[in-house]
Design a protein around this ligand. Sequence first.
Ligand SMILES: NC(=O)c1ccc[n+]([C@@H]2O[C@H](COP(=O)([O-])OP(=O)(O)OC[C@H]3O[C@@H](n4cnc5c(N)ncnc54)[C@H](OP(=O)(O)O)[C@@H]3O)[C@@H](O)[C@H]2O)c1
Length: 317
Amino acid sequence: MKAVRIHRYGPREELVFEDAPLPVLAPDEVLIQVVGASVNPVDWMIRQGKLKEVLAHAMPLTLGWDVSGVVSAAGNLVTRYSIGDSVYSRPDIARNGTYAEYVAVRAAEVAPKPATISHIEAASLPLAGITAWQALVDVCKLKTGQRVLVHAAAGGVGSLAVQIARARGAYVIGTASAANRHFVLSLGANEFVDYRTQTLESAIQEPVDAVLDTVGGEAQEASFPLLKAGGVLVSIVSPPPQELAAKYGVRGEFLMIGPNAEVLEQLAKLADEGKVRPVIGAEFALEDIARAHALSEGRHTRGKIVLYVGPPRGRPV
Ligand SMILES: NC(=O)c1ccc[n+]([C@@H]2O[C@H](COP(=O)([O-])OP(=O)(O)OC[C@H]3O[C@@H](n4cnc5c(N)ncnc54)[C@H](OP(=O)(O)O)[C@@H]3O)[C@@H](O)[C@H]2O)c1
């Protein structure tokens, strides 16, 4: 099969579109024929070797940990899925990924693909969607009427977080640069803050119940005083200093997500109800992966960058 692999850590030049062996299937796994994959910042962080101390990858390594596709084989312990089923997943990041024509994924990490959207759209949801859902629902326990600040509301995680928060009846304030104002408001945000020209302190008049920090650094620090006592800041970028959390009487949490089929089922429901719409900022063919990484590394993606790997296209149910 064709795959994009790296043989050592390094710059984009290390991404090689080449022949690779078909994955060997374990009894609890499905073999997915990949239709769509997506690019997340963790892909190029791993490529650059930034996570090599915490994730011991064998080389060569196939990158990419989002997939939507069709089951082409199933191990003999797999009861839920059959050949021909359309599924999607954020598979285990310790293993070979989805920049490939086929990927083997544990059946427990897979969910049925949302029926009303295409594979390309479905491939944009798993990693960013699980992150947004777990941050807002599992960590913040966001409720109807609560106020939430979503940093980088135009990005992969943020664009889904805004929609998930609105679907749960929250009041959403999203940050981005001016060019993304209409986009962020069109996702359902109630207020917009331009992080380049406004300070959070001056822009946000009433305190918030929750903050989703997707940026870290100054944005994280400046968010603490905005929280109500008892509120929660959840960061997906860097562990919040506990002394700051204590100073403001709030919780400061760090979230690192993993595969989560239950959340994928919730996301599929929201997608099929039209409450969450995938946002495809750019689409590339698998062999154009270096351009896709360059775009992601620029840190100004709108929505998600997806990769088209192979047929079928369209909106199969
Ligand atoms: N812990 C975990 O499990 C986990 C999971 C997923 C992601 N992450 C991390 O979370 C971060 C966000 O991921 P992502 O996929 O959403 O990234 P992304 O899609 O690449 O984010 C791009 C967006 O960031 C916005 N942005 C850049 N600087 C900003 C700032 N200072 N304030 C507000 N918005 C800003 C850009 O908006 P403008 O163009 O308008 O500037 C752009 O829309 C990454 O560092 C990623 O590695 C962690």
